[in-house]
Design a protein around this ligand. Structure first.
Ligand SMILES: [Zn+2]
Ligand SMILES: [Zn+2]
Length: 337
C-alpha cells in the first residue's frame, strides 16, 4: 500500500510499504478521507517525531477484522480517534483527558491507503458513521471536538460576545459553534476571502485584522468581548486578544505562537479586571461524542468549509495550500482515489 512519509512541510514522500494484516484483536480500514489539520503543518510540534505518516482526521471503511473483533464488520463506515485516554488515571478522572498519563497506542497516520486499528481504539476510539454522514464530513469530527472542548472550558453562554481571531478551519468551526450557543460572534482575519467564509458561517461581524479590532468591537457591540479565542499563531492576534477582552472575560489560547516567540501578559491590568487566560489542547471522549452528534444532526454544517479534495499523490500540494492559507480552508486527502 501507499503511505505518505512526512519529513517536513516541503518534503513528503509517497512510499510503498506492505499492507498490514490484522491480528486477532485488530482491524484493517481503508482510508476514504483524511483532513489536513492546522497542527499538521506546525513543524516545531511535529518534527520531533519525523519522519512519520501524519493524518488524524480520518473517515474509513472497515475491510478486514481479526477473529475476536465483534464490534465491527467489513463494510462498516467509521471515524477513528487518533488516541484514547485511559479514563482511570488522576487526570482522566478530573476530565483532563488530553493530559492522560497512560495513553498506550496511537492510530497510525491516515495519509495512507490503509490503517491498522489497534484493539484499544476498536474498543473505545471508533464511531460508526450514520449513512448520511459522508467520509469528507467525518474528517471534521476530531477538529470540531477540539473546538467543543475549548468552548466548554471557556464556559461560553447565551448572550455573550465571542471574538474569534483567525478564520482558518478551526476558527470557522468556532464561529459556527458559537452561533449555535446563541452568543454573538465577531471574527477576524487578514484574508478577505476567509472573512467572507466567516460571514457565511454565521459571524455577526467580520473585521479585517489589520483594522483597530478593539475599537470596531466597542463601536459595534458597545463593549469588549466576554471570550476571545485565539485561533491563529499570529503575534498580532495575541496583542489584539489582550486589547479586546472585557472585564471578567477570558482569553483562550486554542492556537499558540510557537516556542521561539515570547508572549508578554499585561498581568497587572488583568488582575484588577479579573481576566482569565486559558489554554485548550486536543479533546476527550465526551467532546468527540458531542462532535459526532453535532455533525450527524446537521446542527453544525461543514460542507461549505471543504475547499479542496486531493489524491494521496498530491499531498505535498495539500500541505502547500494549508500553509499558504489563501484560498483554502479545509483540505482533504482521499488516499484511495
Ligand atoms: Zn487536528
Ligand atoms: Zn488517563
Amino acid at each position: 500500500m501507499k503511505v505518505s512519509m512526512w519529513y517536513n512541510n516541503r518534503d513528503i514522500r509517497i512510499t510503498e510499504v506492505p499492507t498490514p494484516v490484522p491480528g486477532p484483536k485488530e482491524m484493517l480500514v481503508k482510508v476514504m478521507s483524511c483532513g489536513i489539520c492546522g497542527s499538521d503543518i506546525v513543524e516545531w510540534y511535529r518534527l520531533p517525531r519525523a519522519p512519520l505518516v501524519q493524518g488524524h482526521e480520518l473517515g474509513a471503511e472497515v475491510v478486514q477484522v481479526g477473529a475476536s473483533v465483534k464490534k465491527y464488520k467489513p463494510g462498516d463506515r467509521v471515524f477513528i480517534a487518533p488516541k484514547v485516554p485511559c479514563l482511570e488515571c488522576y487526570y482522566c478522572k478530573k476530565g483532563h483527558h488530553p493530559q492522560c498519563s497512560r495513553v498506550k497506542e496511537r492510530l497510525p497516520g491516515g495519509f495512507a491507503e490503509y490503517v491498522l486499528v489497534p484493539e484499544i481504539l476498536i474498543e473505545r476510539g471508533t464511531f460508526l458513521l450514520p449513512d448520511h454522514v459522508t467520509y469528507d464530513q467525518s474528517t471534521f469530527i476530531e477538529p470540531l471536538a477540539c473546538v467543543v472542548r475549548a468552548q466548554k472550558l471557556a464556559g461560553i453562554k447565551e448572550g455573550q460576545t465571542v471574538l474569534v481571531l483567525g478564520c482558518g478551519m478551526s476558527g470557522l468551526l468556532h464561529v459556527k459553534l458559537t452561533r449555535l450557543r446563541n452568543a454573538k460572534v465577531i471574527a477576524t482575519d487578514i484574508n478577505p476571502k476567509r472573512l467572507e467564509f466567516s460571514q457565511n458561517a454565521g459571524a455577526d461581524l467580520a473585521v479585517n485584522a489589520a483594522e483597530n479590532v478593539a475599537r470596531r468591537l466597542v463601536d459595534e457591540t458597545g463593549r469588549k468581548a466576554d471570550v476571545v479565542i485565539l485561533s491563529t499563531s499570529s503575534m498580532l492576534a495575541v496583542e489584539q486578544a489582550w486589547e479586546c477582552v472585557d472585564k471578567g472575560g477570558s482569553v483562550v489560547f486554542f492556537a499558540v505562537p510557537g516556542p521561539e516567540k515570547k508572549v508578554t501578559v499585561p498581568i497587572n491590568e488583568f488582575w484588577t479586571k479579573e481576566i482569565r487566560i486559558l489554554t485548550s489542547y486536543y479533546c476527550g471522549p465526551p467532546d468527540l461524542k458531542e462532535a459526532v452528534e453535532l455533525i450527524a444532526s446537521g446542527k453544525v454544517k461543514v460542507d461549505d468549509l471543504i475547499t479542496h479534495t486531493l489524491p494521496l499523490n498530491d499531498i505535498e500540494k495539500g500541505f502547500q495550500l494549508v500553509m499558504e492559507g489563501k484560498d483554502s480552508v479545509k483540505v482533504i486527502i482521499r488516499p484511495n482515489e
